[in-house]
Design a protein around this ligand. Structure first.
Ligand code: GLV
Length: 392
């Protein structure tokens, strides 16, 4: 034996219970955790297939779509972006990406890797796109694919109030509209069919309240036709929607093995979706928005300022707070975590060092948790400003 039995694995697993008030993952409701402890089944067992059908119906509901090519990919939300772009883009396709934070930047990077002829329209972090900027981009570049992030979790910005208009433009310019709703779904309205969105995806670990690991995704018939008529195969077998769609019985043909689905995560997502279905998607969105308003008021009372100035551009699920001048935000994070096991996050990408982020998602979007987070934040600010902070 060249490698001894590792001592670390001879101790019990240790996982603390934390309150995840960052940009995701959020805490799973007990019902989701319970579902994941149910027995593991095979990837083509009849019961697994029935649960896949239930999950598909739930995804169609939360996305408000009747698209038959609707399923959950075995990956994080970020993999949803990868799958959307790798399926749609063929080398040389024009791709326009709206960049106002890290997710737009990543989408542009990925689209280049798949051979897209990529252009961007850009806005500074903290701002959303006005319709004119979108129209100028579409007129100038005439892309085959237009990508927009509905919830920029790195900056706390939503594109929501422009979505319908953006869609109108897309129809005029005849391009496929891809919308990232990883951080926004369930907190911001989205009507996939009504707005004629061609590809939409999200992550299981935010408002849906399941652990990270599955990415709900849906393709319109137009997007499906583009994939079906590709001249080159999708570069990544794992993302190939024609194969995945067969496994998920999206084409009315018998299911064929593609990969071994993480069945315990599937149970968790099934229950996360069932909870949203029971509440109703509109009520779920209204709850997130009401919690966000309460958070904004409380932050103001604490003397803090929001990073996103335009009210209608604020993403209810992820609030970005300006780091006050001279404050070491890491001390706020440290205090909240050490004293209360409560996660408050720092910035990401263009907002690193500039903001703190508070997430309100799914099980954590309640008035009680907002109030508790504000209380902890108030104490943490005092701690960070006091000379004693080293003593914690
Ligand atoms: C992840 O989604 C993040 O915004 O940190």
């Amino acid at each position: 034996m060249q490698v001894d039995r590792p001592g670390v694995l001879q101790k019990p697993l240790s996982v603390p219970d934390k309150l995840l008030m960052g940009p995701g993952p959020s805490n799973c409701p007990p019902r989701v955790l319970h579902a994941m402890s149910l027995p593991v089944l095979g990837h083509l067992h009849q019961e697994t297939c029935s649960i896949m059908d239930e999950v598909k119906a739930g995804i169609q509901y939360v996305f408000q779509t009747k698209n038959s090519l609707t399923l959950a990919i075995s990956t994080s939300g970020h993999g949803g972006m990868e799958a959307a772009l790798s399926n749609l883009i063929e080398p040389g396709d024009g791709v326009l990406v709206a960049v106002n934070g890290i997710w737009g930047q990543r989408a542009a990077d990925m689209a280049r890797r798949y051979g897209g002829n990529v252009n961007t329209i850009e806005k500074p972090a903290g701002e959303n796109f006005c319709l004119n900027a979108v129209e100028r981009g579409l007129t100038q570049y005439r892309p085959a694919i237009f990508f927009v992030t509905q919830g920029e979790s790195s900056t706390g910005v939503t594109a929501q109030h422009h979505q319908e208009f953006i869609n109108e433009l897309d129809k005029m310019y005849n391009c496929l509209l891809v919308v990232d709703t990883v951080a926004s779904l369930g907190g911001v309205p989205v009507y996939t069919d009504q707005w004629e969105i061609d590809v939409i995806y999200t992550g299981s670990q935010k408002v849906l309240g399941a652990p990270p690991g599955l990415a709900p995704i849906s393709f319109s018939p137009r997007a499906e036709a583009k994939i079906a008529s590709r001249k080159t195969p999708v570069a990544v077998f794992y993302w190939d929607m024609m194969l995945l769609g067969t496994y998920w019985a999206c084409f009315g043909t018998p299911r064929i093995y593609h990969h071994t689905i993480p069945v315990s995560l599937l149970y968790g997502l099934r229950e996360g979706l069932a909870i949203v279905v029971e509440e109703g998607i509109n009520k779920c969105i209204a709850r997130h928005q009401a919690c966000a308003r309460r958070l904004y008021d409380g932050l103001e009372k604490l003397g803090l300022s929001l990073y996103v100035e335009k009210k209608e551009a604020r993403l209810p699920t992820v609030t970005t707070i300006k780091v006050p001048k001279g404050l070491d935000w890491r001390l706020v994070q440290e205090y909240s975590m050490k004293k209360y096991r409560l996660e408050i996050s720092g910035g990401l990408g263009p907002t690193v060092g500039k903001v703190m982020r508070v997430g309100l998602m799914g099980y954590n979007a309640t008035m009680e948790k907002v109030d508790f987070t504000l209380k902890v934040l108030g104490e943490a600010l005092e701690y960070a400003r006091s000379p004693q902070h080293a003593k914690l």
